[in-house]
Design a protein around this ligand. Structure first.
Ligand code: FNR
Length: 369
């Protein structure tokens, strides 16, 4: 179908399903075990209702913000999703070029199919890029990778902490990894690749399951980039993260791909802000809280922001957008978000991101409320 016919994020998913290979669809769409968490990611947003305010002169509304001090035209960033070339020959470059044209921030995946340098080379000089990090068992590889990224101008390091082992994504496991599925080179050591267990497992054997809180000072010693822990799921760990002196956390279940029946980021958000607030850790402009998983509408984003998130990560919708229509698809996805922000902020009575307050949502149906 022509790009004109796409009117929401769900449309990109249905087109992608038709145009990408069975293997790509299995890898991208799959979640772990019974896929309960991935469904819950959508459902949690549907349990939160708006409490809109009226008569506020919403002629001009502005949804731009800053993320870790960097301007962003949307309170949304492109979250890391691995292996873009499984779905489109230009892979992650589609994201980079679209993000450049629209002032959106992209998080580069350690397991991107395009090399790190190719992606940075495709970016505009003033474009903000973040890096998602899977920590290698060989810390020298990780140290060099992080320091190279910093030298190339990457602005923040998102260390993925919810994947000491990759989840069982059964749809994906039924597919064999054949090595050259257009998956170009994957950036880090791939020794011990197991080819009989799906794409995800084949590429992830270098990840170090021994990673612990004790490693955080080491990361701080090797980089000046702000460090954000991606994949926090409880108030307890949010407190530890704050006390470890990192600059932020992503409340996430990895798009439902790791521990099945883990809670949604939105559920976790309510618990985390309450616990941090009780200790005087929230709000703190030096510690930003992000949420991802299941965000498909600007209204979802507004709910997370009203409840205390600084910005929200979006994975599959941008991935499906470029699989279906390349860079143009990603630009369209950004445009759709923009249109939705304009309308939803007007109807909600919020003229700026700062006007999104907890009173604008009824989150009483979240169990952690
Ligand atoms: C991911 N995600 C992910 N996260 C990460 O830290 N490193 C990675 O390599 C990947 N790879 C990846 C591949 C694919 C195909 C998907 C769908 C997701 C998780 C991603 O960053 C983010 O947490 C979720 O995608 C958010 O959920 P939604 O927006 O996809 O629902």
């Amino acid at each position: 179908p022509p790009l004109d016919s796409i009117i929401n994020m769900h449309d990109f998913e249905s087109v992608a399903r038709q145009v990408i290979t069975e293997k790509a669809w299995a890898y991208y769409s799959s979640a772990s075990d019974d896929e309960i968490t991935i469904r819950e990611n959508r459902m949690a947003y549907q349990r939160v209702w708006f409490r809109p305010r009226i008569l506020r002169d919403v002629t001009v509304v502005d949804w731009s913000t800053t993320i870790l001090g960097h301007k962003s035209s949307l309170p949304v960033y492109i979250s890391a999703t691995a292996l873009g070339k499984l779905g489109h020959p230009e892979g992650e470059l589609c994201l980079t070029r679209a993000a450049a044209n629209h002032g959106v921030i992209q998080m580069i995946a350690t397991l991107a199919s395009c090399s790190f340098d190719e992606i940075v080379d495709a970016a505009k000089p003033d474009q903000t890029l973040y890096l998602q990090l899977y920590v290698n068992k060989d810390r020298e590889i990780t140290r060099k990778y992080v320091q190279h990224a910093e030298k190339r101008g990457v602005k923040a390091l998102f260390i993925t902490v919810d994947a000491p082992q990759l989840g069982r994504r059964e749809k994906d496991m039924r597919m064999k990894f054949v090595g050259d599925d257009g998956v170009a080179k994957v950036q880090e050591g791939q020794d011990g690749v197991k080819k009989d267990q799906g794409v995800a497992r084949a590429i992830s054997s270098f990840i170090d399951p021994s990673l612990s809180w004790k490693d955080i000072p080491w990361f701080k010693s090797i980089t000046k980039m702000p460090i954000i822990l991606k994949g926090i799921a409880t108030a307890e760990d949010a407190i530890l993260a704050y006390e470890a002196g990192v600059q932020g956390i992503v409340l996430s279940n990895h798009g439902g791909r790791q521990l099945d029946t883990a809670r949604s980021g939105l559920e976790i958000l309510v618990e985390v802000t309450a616990a941090l607030r009780a200790r005087g850790y929230f709000p703190d402009p030096k510690f930003e809280i992000f949420v991802d998983g299941g965000v498909r509408r600007a209204s979802d984003v507004l709910k997370a922001l009203a409840l205390g998130a600084k910005a929200v990560g979006v994975g599959r919708p941008f991935l499906y957008a470029f699989c279906s229509y390349g860079q143009e698809g990603v630009e369209k996805a950004i445009q759709i978000f923009r249109d939705e922000f304009e309308m939803n902020m007007r109807l909600l009575g919020a003229r700026t991101i700062d006007e999104l307050v907890p009173e604008m949502v009824d989150a009483s149906a979240l169990s952690s409320h």
